[in-house]
Design a protein around this ligand. Structure first.
Ligand code: PLP
Length: 366
């Protein structure tokens, strides 16, 4: 039997047409620098390995992986609720916060429903929306920021879910508290609003609303957080939502059984106990973010202020070329052709390598 392109006559399963519009995963080609290491600044990961307490928890749990995990994630949910000061009933966990978003979608978005979000924003939103069989309604950013008035205008009686990514990936911008409150006041009570706060720990602008406070009095508002960024557990896939117990209950019903594994549960619980150590690293990343931005701005680059662990370079037509240039210099960044380039804030040495690549690009283009 051949796995090559099938002959026209060969009978194949019939797939949903939505798959025709989805691209297959391609591993990023190994880019190696002219000399020395490759700096991975494309995925907004923490540049730091896990604290020893997390490694020890993983080691202990490794000895028990013949057993299924706790499907209720009891200990982890209790630890999350205690650390945030929220009731356990309002917390639900998933295989990454993307997994939680998919469960929320499964819970509210039937075929024909509309899912609303800003664009450009997190690349998972269009994928999840299509897989759910819902229609995506994308409202363009205004000055790199959510246009909440236009988003409220775009809500129809078919809108079941609205994402607000705050800070926004990839622009790093935040919406202000007053603007978000008046937006939430305009959203119908039966439409779910998902405040994606994956980068919450990196926010330093005090005008930025805390989603947990906004969600407290509003049953249709949930907050998504993750262990993938500030907590440095991207490979283990743990995220969670905080919101009304009825919404958390719906998410638990939509849970793919055992999809948060026991090693991940133990590591996330240990990471919460190591929060002080991890938040010191976040402080370093915030300081590096400001250093890299100031260096670029000082050299004439346009770089909007960022409240996340990455910077956005709105390079337009030069985005793809800059991405390739950085790759050749051993620095992997995330270009969005025709739009801009997102570069994660790494260690000081990685950031220096990026700044050197950026400076070399200036001589290339001038
Ligand atoms: C990185 C990121 C996440 C985290 O996804 P996980 O599935 O938890 O790893 C969520 N939302 C946004 C906007 C992100 O950029």
């Amino acid at each position: 039997m051949s796995h090559d392109t099938p002959a026209a006559a060969e009978a194949l399963p019939r797939f949903r047409s939505v798959l025709d519009r989805m691209v297959s995963y391609r591993p990023s080609k190994a880019v190696s620098g002219p000399a020395g290491p490759v700096h991975q600044l494309a995925a907004n990961e923490s540049p730091y390995g896990p604290p020893s307490a997390v490694v020890e928890a993983i080691g202990r749990e490794a000895l028990r992986i013949n057993r299924y995990p706790d499907n209720g994630c009891t200990e982890l949910i209790a630890a999350i609720a205690a650390s945030l000061g929220v009731p356990e009933e309002g917390v639900a966990v998933g295989c990454g916060s993307v997994g939680v978003a998919q469960m929320l979608m499964a819970a509210v978005a039937e075929p024909g429903a509309e899912v609303l979000y800003a664009w450009r924003s997190f690349e998972a939103y269009p994928i999840l929306t299509r897989l759910a069989g819902a229609a995506a309604v994308e409202v363009p950013l205004r000055d790199g920021t959510h246009d909440l008035d236009a988003m409220a205008d775009a809500i129809t009686d078919r809108t079941r879910l609205v994402f607000v990514c705050n800070p926004n990936n990839p622009t790093g911008t935040v919406v202000a508290e007053a603007a978000l409150r008046s937006f939430l006041d305009r959203v119908p009570a039966d439409c779910l609003v998902v405040l994606d706060e994956a980068y919450r720990e990196y926010v330093r602008d005090t005008r930025t609303p805390d989603g947990l406070e906004l969600a407290a009095g509003r049953p249709n508002v949930v907050v998504l957080r993750t262990f993938s960024k500030a907590y440095g557990l991207a490979a283990l896939r743990v995220g969670f939502m905080v919101g009304h117990p009825v919404v958390a209950g719906a998410v638990r019903k939509a849970f793919l059984p055992f999809s948060v594994n026991s090693v991940a549960q133990a590591a996330a619980t240990a990471a919460l106990r190591s929060a002080d150590e991890l938040m010191e690293r976040v402080e370093t990343t915030v300081a590096e973010r400001e250093r890299v931005r100031a260096a670029l701005v000082g050299r004439g680059w346009t770089v909007p202020p960022s409240e996340a662990n990455f910077l956005w370079l709105p390079l337009g037509d030069r985005a793809a070329a800059f991405g390739e240039h950085c790759g050749r210099a051993g620095v992997v960044v995330r270009p969005f052709a025709g739009d801009g380039v997102r570069v994660s804030v790494g260690s000081a040495a990685q950031n220096d390598a990026f700044l050197a690549a950026a400076a070399a690009f200036e001589t290339v283009i001038s």
